[in-house]
Design a protein. Structure first.
Length: 282
């Protein structure tokens, strides 16, 4: 009887531990995508300097959204698609060599498998998250109104009058200095991708928005960046030849990592520098 009671007690202790291990495996498996809530608001999309396709800076409004904290990893792609197209094989590294069209197939299968709804970020969502969301806007508001809330300069003047050193997210994702601490790029990447999340995140806790791999967005590319009439949750043009890519990659120089830099590729393009992250619709 004593042996039976001891065995029963041991079984009762083991069962919760086993169940917990199974639960952890479920929520931490490759199909679990960590997302960060990005509180919506107004922000200045684009820039008044640099290439023509990022001009002019214009104010848009975004609703809340949930951005993946990391670029989609090779192990996640394999779990959904059954193969790994990447040139540099590394489960924890961002998947490479995936076209915009490939990603649509991945998303459809991921949504069906998980019961969740994922999509590529819009170009506006990507830039807003890279800038740090409302963290950057609070810096602007402080400069605009001062410590006692009095209006110091007009909204029109504010964009270019804020000292560059105060705009933490203006050039890189959450940093006003060089990208060394936040990005894998030409100067430190040794010509290859690296595991996600090993550099510092921005103010929102989002990693690798500069460097590692360039990231596909949902929008069609248009050179006339500020001409769209949509100022609320803009989706870009209704059609085109190329899709927007943001963020720069391990192969880019520091000046190519700016949060306002835009690139464009045909939607069937596959390259070692191309990857992506997702937005979860809740």
């Amino acid at each position: 009887m004593k042996f039976g009671l001891s065995s029963l007690l041991l079984l009762l202790l083991i069962q919760p531990a086993t169940a917990q291990r199974k639960y952890n495996k479920t929520i931490r498996g490759p199909l679990q995508i960590t997302t960060v809530k990005v509180a919506g608001g107004d922000f200045d999309l684009g820039a008044n300097d640099g290439s023509d396709d990022r001009k002019p800076a214009h104010t848009v409004t975004l609703d809340d959204f949930y951005m993946s904290a990391y670029e989609i990893k090779q192990e996640q792609w394999k779990a959904v698609m059954g193969s790994n197209p990447s040139f540099y094989k590394c489960d924890e590294c961002p998947v490479q060599n995936v076209s915009w069209n490939d990603i649509q197939e991945f998303i459809a299968k991921l949504n069906e498998t998980t019961g969740k709804t994922y999509r590529l970020p819009t170009e506006a969502e990507w830039e807003y998250a890279a800038r740090g969301g409302q963290h950057e806007q609070l810096v602007k508001e402080k400069h605009l109104r001062g410590s006692i809330g009095e209006l110091l300069v007009s909204e029109e003047e504010s964009y270019n009058s804020i000292p560059r050193k105060e705009l933490k997210g203006k050039k890189y994702s959450g940093r006003r200095a060089g990208p060394q601490s936040i990005a894998w790029y030409k100067n430190n990447a040794k010509d290859r991708v690296h595991p996600v999340g090993h550099k510092q995140p921005n103010e929102l806790g989002i990693y690798d928005m500069n460097g590692n791999v360039e990231e596909w967005c949902s929008d069609w590319y248009a050179l006339s960046y500020g001409s769209t009439s949509s100022r609320s949750n803009p989706l870009g043009p209704t059609g085109g030849k190329s899709k927007v890519v943001r963020g720069g990659s391990y192969a880019n120089q520091d000046y190519e990592l700016s949060v306002t830099r835009r690139a464009a590729y045909l939607p069937d393009t596959r390259a070692m520098s191309l990857g992506f992250r997702l937005v979860e619709v809740k």
